[in-house]
Ligand binder design. Structure first.
Ligand SMILES: [Zn+2]
Length: 358
C-alpha cells in the first residue's frame, strides 16, 4: 500500500513539474495615486471587511524615480507600466527619451486584450505611462494622438478635450479630430456612463468628461461600476487581458490635505477592489497587483477610536513624499511580489510573467 502511495505521489509530482508553474492568463494592475500606508490604514481600520484584508501576499514598494528621491506620477507610472526607472516628468521613455515598451504592448503581442479605467483624464501621467511615450508628461495633445495609433481595446476616464479640435470646443491646436479617427478604426465613442452601460461593444473609448471625472461623491456611477463593465468586456477574449485601474483622485485629497476627499476616493477605490477580487476568486486565472505610484500628503492618523470611528488624519506635506507604499497581490504567482520591491521591479515581474507565455 505504501509503495502505491509513493508511486502515486511521484506520478502527481511529475505531472505538476511537467506542467510548470501556473501563470496568470489575466493581469489586473490597480494603482491608487498617492495611496500611502496611512491612506490604506484609514480604510482598513474603519472596515473589518476591507478588500485590502483579502490579500494573501503583501509587501512594500520603494517609489524613487531615476533622478529624484521623490517621484512624480509620470516616472512612478512608467516604473510600473514599463519596468524601467526613468526621470520625473517622463512617460514611457528612458532618461534619454528613448521609448520603452509598456506591458500593454507586450500584452498585444501575446494576443491579450488591454484596457485602462481611470478617474483622471486618460492622458494623465499614470494611464499615459501605459499608452504613450514622451519626455514631457504635460504634452497631452501628443499623448492623445499616440493613443489612437495603438490597439488598446478599452479606454475609460476623462479628458475628452484632448481628442477634440479647438474649433469644436476642444484643446487640440492642430485641429485634428481624434474621435473621428478612432471611429474610423472601429471604436465606439461614449460620452456618458448610461450609454456605455447599455453597450456590448468590446472596443471603445468612454471619455466621460472634458476634464477629469467628477470626484467620487459627485459621480452617479462608481469606479466599481466602470470596473465591472470593463471586466465583462475584456474577459470576452479567451486569450486573456491586461487591465490597469487607477483611483486617480486619492492624490487630490493628499495634495489638498483634505481628509474627507481622501477617504471618499479611497472608499471608491476599495469598492472597485472588492469587484476585482470577486472576479479573480471566481476566475482563478487572474493575477491582481495593487500598489501606488507614491504617497501624497505625508498623511498620518493621529487620533481616533478602536474600531475606526473618529479617525483624524494630519498631513505633513502638500506634495508627494518618499514613504514606501504598500503592495498587495492575489492570484497565480502572487508570491513573487512579497517583501520590499523597487517600484520598477514590480513592472519587470509583470513582464516576466507575460513574456514566458505563448
Ligand atoms: Zn500628485
Amino acid at each position: 500500500m505504501k509503495k502505491i502511495i509513493l508511486l502515486l505521489t511521484i506520478f502527481l509530482c511529475t505531472i505538476a513539474f511537467a506542467e510548470g508553474p501556473k501563470l496568470p492568463k489575466n493581469i489586473i494592475i490597480m494603482i491608487g495615486d498617492g495611496m500611502g500606508i496611512s491612506q490604506v490604514s484609514a480604510t482598513v481600520l474603519t472596515n473589518a471587511n476591507s478588500a485590502f484584508r483579502r490579500f494573501p501576499i503583501t509587501g512594500f514598494s520603494i517609489t524613487c524615480s531615476a533622478d529624484k528621491l521623490i517621484t512624480d506620477s509620470a516616472a512612478g507610472g512608467t516604473a510600473l507600466a514599463c519596468g524601467v526607472r526613468t526621470k520625473n516628468g517622463a512617460i514611457g521613455v528612458d532618461e534619454t527619451g528613448k521609448s520603452i515598451p509598456s506591458i500593454f504592448e507586450l500584452a498585444k503581442q501575446k494576443k491579450r486584450s488591454t484596457g485602462v479605467v481611470v478617474t483622471s483624464e486618460v492622458t494623465n501621467a499614470t494611464p499615459a505611462a501605459f499608452l504613450g511615450h514622451t519626455l514631457d508628461r504635460h504634452n497631452s495633445e501628443l499623448l492623445a494622438e499616440q493613443f489612437t495609433s495603438l490597439e488598446t481595446d478599452i479606454v475609460v476616464g476623462g479628458g475628452r478635450r484632448y481628442f477634440i479640435p479647438e474649433t469644436s470646443g476642444g484643446k487640440r491646436k492642430d485641429n485634428i479630430d481624434l474621435l473621428a479617427k478612432l471611429q474610423e478604426k472601429g471604436y465606439i465613442i461614449f460620452n456618458n456612463f448610461e450609454n456605455l452601460k447599455k453597450s456590448d461593444s468590446k472596443k471603445y473609448y468612454a471619455l466621460l468628461e472634458n476634464g477629469e471625472l467628477k470626484s467620487a461623491e459627485k459621480r452617479d456611477y462608481s469606479l466599481s461600476d466602470l470596473t465591472k463593465k470593463a471586466l465583462n468586456d475584456l474577459s470576452k477574449n479567451e486569450n486573456g487581458f491586461v487591465l490597469m485601474i487607477e483611483g486617480s483622485q486619492i492624490d487630490n485629497g493628499g495634495h489638498d490635505n483634505n481628509q474627507e476627499q481622501l477617504v471618499n476616493e479611497m472608499n471608491d477605490f476599495e469598492n472597485a477592489l472588492q469587484t476585482v477580487l470577486d472576479f479573480a476568486e471566481t476566475n482563478k486565472e487572474t493575477l491582481v497587483l495593487v500598489t501606488a505610484d507614491h504617497e501624497t500628503g505625508g498623511a498620518a492618523i493621529t487620533t481616533g477610536d478602536i474600531g475606526g470611528d473618529n479617525l483624524k488624519i494630519d498631513f505633513a506635506s502638500k506634495s508627494h513624499t518618499a514613504a514606501m507604499v504598500g503592495v498587495f497581490a492575489y492570484g497565480p504567482q502572487c508570491e513573487i511580489f512579497s517583501g520590499i520591491n523597487e517600484n520598477y521591479l514590480l513592472g519587470r515581474k509583470l513582464f516576466l510573467l507575460l513574456e514566458t507565455q505563448e
